[in-house]
Design a protein around this ligand. Structure first.
Ligand code: SF4
Length: 288
């Protein structure tokens, strides 16, 4: 597979990430969903590539820095038949998390090492929202919901990821309630949805989320100042400014580097549309 333009980097990304660098390992580019705002970790969606366990181990060992954390992602990481083997191998290097769409969670969660944390993407609070976002039949939402029984069995190992997105019906509180009812104690709101983030309704929703957090005295969560946090009832809520929003200095200090399923390190080029139109669109959205 040739390197696509979006992933080309002039410098070796493993040399530009600072001591707090985190690595995202794309264990496969295959996913069973077709989300509208997917950017597949900057990796081509075509074809199905599954990483070899030995190759991932070797490439992680070759890093010029010791990662502070390793996130297993995709595509859908649970589609990889040896995810638990990869997770166990990388736990020797750094704390491991898995980010999943949840559709295969129930039958696979128990196989993971008990120290691995799992983040489940929540794409809707009902079948219509889920279907509109994932472009899958509405009954797939029932499949998703059935998988979530494992969250209650071990809530300390789970977080929910909610993407702030365009749409007039989008509501932070509704997602928080949905996640609470299913046992999630940590709910994270993410600012990255892809190039569509310059859509004014997205920026309106993002401004609402930021106001919600700042009105409740949001504080940085640990060293990483891109994450702010508030307590909310029995839950913790976090707001994450994702990598495409961040400046060069931040990226050097905390930035991500990706390891693709063919063993190639890459970083994702920031979207030029953000630089071109972001300011004007931001002003338009926040004045609503
Ligand atoms: S579940 Fe994730 S990887 Fe799969 S299509 Fe949706 S956003 Fe993309």
């Amino acid at each position: 597979m040739s390197t696509p333009r979006s992933r080309q980097t002039r410098n070796d990304p493993t040399q530009t990430v600072g001591p707090y660098g985190r690595v995202r390992v794309v264990v496969t580019n295959y996913c069973n969903l077709r989300c509208r705002y997917c950017f597949n970790e900057g990796y081509p969606s075509r074809g199905r590539v599954f990483a070899s366990v030995a190759l991932i181990r070797r490439r992680i060992a070759e890093l010029s820095f010791r990662p502070s954390g390793i996130k297993l992602t995709g595509g859908e990481p649970f589609a990889h038949p040896k995810l638990e083997v990869i997770a166990a191998a990388l736990e020797e290097v750094a704390p491991v998390t898995v980010t999943t769409n949840g559709m295969f969670l129930g039958m696979n969660f128990e196989k993971l090492p008990s120290t691995v944390l799992v983040t489940v993407s929540v794409f809707g609070t009902n079948s219509s929202e889920f279907s509109a976002y994932t472009r899958r039949p509405k009954h797939d939402f029932d499949v998703f919901e059935r998988q979530l029984h494992v969250v209650r069995s071990c809530p300390q190992r789970f977080a929910a990821n909610v993407l702030v997105r365009p749409g007039s019906a989008w509501q932070l509180e509704r997602y928080v309630e949905y996640c609470a009812a299913r046992g999630f104690r940590l709910v994270r709101f993410l600012t990255l949805i892809g190039p569509e983030k310059i859509v004014p309704s997205y920026l309106t929703n993002l401004a609402r989320v930021r106001r919600f957090f700042s009105a409740r005295g949001a504080k940085a969560s640990g060293d990483d100042t891109s994450v702010v946090e508030i307590p909310y009832g029995q839950q913790r809520l976090q707001l994450l400014d994702q990598y495409t929003d961040l400046g060069e200095e931040y990226l050097r200090k905390f930035g991500y580097v990706w390891l693709g399923p063919l063993g190639e390190f890459y970083s994702v080029t920031r979207w030029s549309r953000l630089k071109d139109g972001g300011d004007d669109m931001t002003k338009g959205a926040t004045s609503r």
